[in-house]
Design a protein around this ligand. Structure first.
Ligand SMILES: [Fe+2]
Ligand SMILES: [Fe+2]
Length: 177
């Protein structure tokens, strides 16, 4: 049965694939945007739906994952004012790859097996639906009238806006589900 960790692991594969595309094809702007929005939405959804369960099962494990995510969030926040399609954005994103991949591997190898053993399977299946609703709340491309750089090119804009949309969707899915 498809559970929330299958959905999360799909996202991890997508993120790794986007990093590979970014490194390979000269950094198409839509790849960089999808990567950033996916990362912000993914980590926010995990924090809403998964890490509270991790904390109940193993406080230290939850703290380790959150510390990695806090570090990634501040790195992503530094990209907010960078031009989409600019070389700086690509270079800064590529520099994040090793930490992001290591974080995903820690989740898959430690957190997911721990929670699959601790949480009933039907709860993890229900969480998959909530996770997907939350993830879909994130934008896939920048708003055409969104924030611009001094030279008039679109920038990524505030990560907190994306996180808020995903957090609201996760909370309302939990209320309904
Ligand atoms: Fe995470
Ligand atoms: Fe993750």
């Amino acid at each position: 049965m498809h559970d929330v960790f299958d959905a999360i692991q799909e996202d991890h594969r997508r993120v790794k694939d986007l990093f590979a595309q970014l490194a390979a094809d000269g950094g198409r702007p839509d790849v960089a945007v999808e990567l950033v929005y996916t990362l912000v939405a993914h980590e926010t959804a995990e924090q809403e739906l998964i890490h509270p369960l991790t904390r109940q099962a193993d406080e230290e494990l939850a703290e380790e994952r959150l510390a990695e995510e806090t570090k990634a969030e501040s790195a992503l926040a530094e990209l907010e004012d960078l031009e989409i399609g600019g070389s700086q954005l690509k270079a800064k994103l590529v520099a994040l790859r090793d930490d992001v991949v290591a974080h995903a591997d820690h989740e898959e190898n430690e957190e997911h097996p721990r929670l699959r053993a601790a949480v009933p399977a039907n709860q993890l299946q229900r969480l998959a639906g909530m996770y997907e609703l939350a993830r879909k709340a994130a934008p896939t491309h920048p708003h055409p009238g969104g924030p611009q750089s001094a030279t008039g090119n679109l920038v990524l804009g505030p990560m907190s806006g994306i996180a808020d949309q995903v957090r609201d969707a996760a909370r309302s899915a939990m209320r309904d589900g």
